[in-house]
Design a protein around this ligand. Structure first.
Ligand code: GAR
Length: 204
């Protein structure tokens, strides 16, 4: 398994996927190479983006499998066939089971649009607006078996403005995501992220 061989998992628009592809083109991915897109939604825009970028895609519908374990086993087989060493979740809206977590322990990261542990789960931006926080942001974290519960690698804050809508806030959060995720992926691809208990550090 090579750290620099990356699979990106996404379920929707794939704007973070596009930002990572762009970062790779501009040599901002620490030598990382996006070798594969994995999506559980073959009709999602991200699948078209991968095609346009010339990146192979594994598009599998979970409901075509007997269960989550079988679905993930098919993914793991393809990851191993391609010698993937780093799994980058970018808007992949499914919990990961031990079938994928065990072979990729410490090698799966996720981006979430809030300052975790606040507003885990779905619609983090809507949750933050509804709560009325003045500061929210973006978290990149290691994935464990829980919902957005793994050790935090990096966080960046975004102010909530009076009059913000879900759309206007999401737009600013996305811009921060597009800058932060390539930085963290670059550090991971270059094996520069160390984990000590729950404390992750980026360095040499
Ligand atoms: C991103 O904002 C990402 O942080 C969020 O989904 C969006 C995907 O957008 N992820 C989660 O909420 C995970 N719990 P994209 O498909 O345009 O990259």
């Amino acid at each position: 398994m090579e750290w620099s061989r990356i699979a990106v998992f996404a379920s929707g628009q794939g704007s973070n996927f596009a930002a990572l592809v762009q970062a790779q083109r501009e040599n901002r991915l620490g030598g990382g190479q996006i070798e594969l897109l994995v999506s559980d939604k073959p009709e999602a825009l991200v699948a078209r983006r991968a095609e346009e970028a010339g990146i192979p895609a594994l598009l599998l519908r979970p409901k075509d499998f007997a269960g989550r374990e079988q679905y993930e086993a098919a993914i793991v087989a393809e990851l191993q066939r391609r010698n993937i060493g780093l799994v980058v979740l970018a808007g992949y809206m499914r919990l990961i089971s031990p079938v994928l977590l065990a072979p990729y322990a410490g090698r799966i990261i996720n981006i979430h649009p809030s300052l975790l542990p606040a507003f885990a789960g779905k619609d983090a931006i809507g949750q933050a607006l509804e709560y009325g926080v003045k500061l929210t942001g973006v978290t990149v974290h290691f994935v464990d078996g829980g919902m957005d519960t793994g050790p935090v690698i990096a966080q960046r804050s975004v102010e909530v403005n009076p009059g913000d809508t879900a759309e206007s806030l999401a737009e600013r959060i996305h811009q921060v995501e597009y800058a932060l995720y390539p930085e963290v992926v670059a550090a991971m691809a270059a094996s520069k992220v160390k984990l000590n208990g729950r404390m992750a550090t980026l360095g040499d």
